[in-house]
Write a protein that binds this ligand. Structure first.
Ligand code: FE2
Ligand code: FE2
Length: 268
């Protein structure tokens, strides 16, 4: 039986998106079933790759070089779905990466439950976006994608609190701000399966932000650190740029992210 860290590294080393997410979902099921049976899998240890394996396509470009398309056109909607698919595939890797990367930090089993569940949901999200792309006559890999998405993982490879601050509490929280607008774009176009897929994503992402906030606060409590200034210092250290309003205050609060956390970071 593989340890959880070995499973995570196997997902990270799998390049093809459909194959990566199939493994991800199988391993998540193994973990969850073993937990429910009261016989948890070993966490173990394994060396995660510096960068996850990726398919040959999409071509990865500097964000400045990724062509912009009109959001109101069919091509614009395909580009939007493609961008979300790319984000979801990165998210699968990010949630598995946190497990072996920080396996030396003693954490309660609930920490692993949460990231395994998040990775499983991201895998579902990637497949939903691929299905929508295929329904629209395209596929993941047909367009270029951003190359910079793994940067947050590299920058926080030695700092679990930094990872939690930047990935779920800044980047995934940003998803909560922008997803309702995206849903509107597809609703106006009558693209019902894309609307349904994005609504699933929107509902489940609240949980990922909440896991980040929960474990960030847990670590602050264990270290005797004050959560707000600690969060601000970590985001300023690891996240280039400032946070951009408007914020989805309601969903952020549902996820345990209060305005005092994010508003001060608008100023840089
Ligand atoms: Fe997602
Ligand atoms: Fe997520």
């Amino acid at each position: 039986m593989m340890s959880l860290c070995e499973m995570a590294v196997d997902v990270l080393r799998t390049a093809d998106g459909r194959e990566k997410t199939r493994k991800s979902r199988d391993y998540a099921r193994s973990w969850t079933e073993a937990r429910a049976a009261g016989t948890p899998l070993e966490i173990g240890a394994a060396e995660p790759p510096l960068d996850p394996a990726r398919p040959e396509r999409p071509e990865l470009l500097d964000p400045r070089d990724v062509p912009k398309r009109k959001p109101g056109s069919p091509q614009g909607r395909i580009a939007l779905l493609h961008a979300v698919a790319h984000i979801e595939l990165n998210a699968v890797d990010l949630h598995w990466d946190i497990i072996p990367r920080f396996a030396h930090v003693p954490m309660p089993l609930g920490f692993y439950d949460d990231w395994v569940k998040a990775a499983d949901e991201e895998s579902k999200h990637f497949n939903l976006m691929c299905d929508c792309l295929e329904e629209a006559g395209s596929f993941y890999g047909a367009l270029p994608a951003h190359s910079g998405m793994w940067r947050a993982a590299r920058d926080t490879a030695d700092d679990l609190m930094g990872r939690l601050a930047v990935v779920p509490m800044v980047l995934e929280a940003r998803g909560l701000d922008v997803t309702p607008g995206m849903i509107d774009v597809f609703r106006k176009a009558g693209a019902t399966s894309a609307v349904a897929a994005l609504e699933t994503i929107y509902a489940e992402e609240v949980g990922h932000v909440a896991y980040g906030s929960k474990w960030f606060h847990f670590l602050c409590g264990r270290d005797g650190a004050d959560p707000e200034p600690t969060f601000h210092a970590l985001v300023r250290r690891y996240f280039p740029g400032r946070l951009k309003p408007p914020f989805n205050a309601e969903k952020r609060a549902e996820a345990g992210l209060h305005p005092d956390f994010y508003w001060p970071l608008v100023e840089g």
